[in-house]
Design a protein around this ligand. Structure first.
Ligand SMILES: [Fe+2]
Length: 200
């Protein structure tokens, strides 16, 4: 027997070596800029700031490998670029973020700076609406029958995923300081993507 996984939804995960080189300066920056307790989101252009340059260039390097696997035509659409980047800091465990995608981007990424066990987690949900029409209760959950996947992150982890993949943050059970950095990535010539696929 041979199993074909058609239309898979890949996630690429790294544990960045010596991640303190990124997280130390990020935490420093957060201390200086965060002006709200509970739940705070930074400006959305941190990719333009010096403090985030090492992380951003590392991210783009890794995304180029992803892009190669996805068969992107970078000659046509241009190099990958970060279209937005922002920091999330949450200190109340009751906070939950609704499910969302990041339209008009190709890839999205989350870098985990601080992830206390009692705080919420990233949850990815099945992007295929039709898969929820009939859902027999499985004997055991696995990657083929799950409708959602709780992502077990640790500090220094980076995950890259297709921007169409719905994700949310679940509420946690105990207060702590959770810090993540989110990114959206697209092509330099992303305006070309909006053109019809036919008629070339
Ligand atoms: Fe998101």
């Amino acid at each position: 027997m041979r199993r074909l996984d058609l239309f898979p939804t890949p996630l690429w995960v790294w544990n960045l070596p010596k991640h303190e080189q990124y997280s130390d300066s990020i935490m420093e920056w957060v201390k200086e800029n965060c002006d709200e307790e509970g739940r705070w989101q930074s400006q959305t252009n941190i990719q333009t700031l010096e403090e985030f340059e090492p992380l951003c260039s590392h991210l783009l390097k890794l995304c180029r490998k992803v892009s190669k696997q996805l068969g992107h035509d970078l000659k046509k659409y241009g190099e990958l670029k970060i279209s937005a980047g922002w920091v999330n800091r949450t200190t109340v465990h009751t906070y939950a973020q609704e499910s969302h995608t990041h339209p008009n981007n190709v890839l999205s990424a989350i870098y985990y700076v601080k992830t206390p066990v009692g705080m919420g987690k990233t949850v990815f949900t099945d992007p295929r609406p039709a898969a929820g029409v009939i859902v027999p209760r499985p004997e055991r959950n696995n990657a083929l029958n799950g409708m959602k996947q709780v992502f077990n992150s640790n500090e220094g982890m980076l995950v890259v995923f297709p921007s169409f993949l719905p994700h949310r943050v679940s509420p946690g059970v105990e207060d702590g300081e959770r810090i993540t950095v989110s990114f959206n990535i697209t092509f330099e010539n992303s305006d070309l993507m909006a053109l019809p696929l036919w008629g070339e």
